[in-house]
Design a protein around this ligand. Sequence first.
Ligand code: MSP
Length: 520
Amino acid sequence: MTEKDTFYLTTPIYYINDLPHIGHAYTTIAADVLARWRRAHGDRVLFLTGTDEHGQKVARAAEAGGLDPQAWTDQIVERWKATWAELDITYDDFIRTTEERHVLPVQHLWQQLYDQGDVYLDSYEGLYCVACEQFYSPEELVDGLCPIHGRPVETVREENYFFRISKYADRLLEHYRDHPEFVRPDTRRREVVSFVEQGLQDLSISRSSFTWGVPIPWDPRHVMYVWVDALQNYLTAAGWDADMERFARVWPADYHFVGKDILRFHAVTWPAILLAAGLPLPRTVQAHGWLLVGGEKMSKTKLTGIAPHDLVEPFGSDAVRYFFQREVAFGQDGNFSWEALVERYNADLANGLGNLASRVTAMVERYRDGVLPGPGPATDAEVAVQEAAGRAYAEAAAALEEVAYERALAAIWRFVGAANAYLSERRPWDLAKAGEDLALDTTLYTGAEALRVAALLTAPWLTRTAPALWSAIGARGELAEARLPGDLAWGGLPRGARVERVGALFPRLDAEGNVARRAG
Ligand code: MSP
């Protein structure tokens, strides 16, 4: 029998009514970092992202743009892909819900649920937010407006098909109890549990007032509700039900990364659908917080969206990938500010790693003509640097098991700090003056080896700088081929390696954080 052998992680599929902002990039970067980290450990990985292309929200955006929905999505999807390329996102698959590979399994699954009596026709009236693509009860509204978008909701009165989700409440509760890792962080798990404990109302799964969706196979006057079509993308990309051999290797998903606003769909609706279909549930639905601007969720709807390109252009994609992961504890909300970005950039990247790289490589060039000397016997100082490297990996690995990126990065940067402090204490320039050749060799080697370790550890975040650093210090092979933790073993740099001087990896930004005028 085929067994699961693939680490499968997903981002939400993004609505394609508009262009990406850094709130979307935040989730996608987080998933990309974890995918890269796992690949570096030799794991087979399926990292999925994509676009959610059906529903009223997209249909209306297309109409406003004067295009039919398919032409609209075909055009906008390219902008999303370009953004992910700009941020070095290494997805293994990109799914679009309008693809035939997706539409057919959606129809198949829902036909099955209909045939087994989990779906029935009923009439319905409710308050709908098109921006959320979600119904709200009157109590959930804030001053009569959508609690997420602060916009008016619409009264929808329709005859719809309903999914008997109420029937699955007990089994869901049982699952939350037996698998505490199913929803993380734990505070969110408790919210989900108390929501389900109040009982579930059957879910309307079809619409008949518009046509932009997957036709309901047994009644083509209706299209599927966009959310149930969307959730199933995770199954489609895993191979259900076109390639069941592949499906067995990939499913269940290890992580669904989702923002807290869409947690209920992933932690309640989705597992209920899977239970009904008799399929295993994902291991962990990992909720994260929002990026806020001026205390509010960054959003295009509210015109607070910042395009990823606006940050990548001045700071570089490495800095963008680093900043959001370091600054905001995954799971919590975090305020975005340019000041914080400039401060982190200067302190951690320019002065921290950048400084270490330029000092070490400049000294190898200056004192040893760019040829790395072998080290003499390690003293306590060198042993301390080696130990700091081991600790950084152990702490980063433990943190990433809990997807605590900020802790992983803090651990790695403690090591960068220790290496910088080591150099300052050893004062290689004094050793050179005093003709203490062996001690100088040891110091230069230790500094260069620290850079090699730093390149290995930072590679999931600093997708451009780490490989550049790796080749500048003459490390063997390609960084992308290196394996953790094996290649972290101290002493991987060969004696005699050609070291090239690196300039400022992260040129400092001026004090006002004026990104247009870079100080060299
Ligand atoms: N299409 C649905 C998801 C379907 S998944 C089967 C959707 N799309 S979305 O484009 O509106 O949002 C996608 C993700 O972006 C959500 O996880 C949401 O939390 C996240 N973010 C949107 N704005 C955000 C911030 N300001 N900050 C962090 N994440 C944010 O919902």
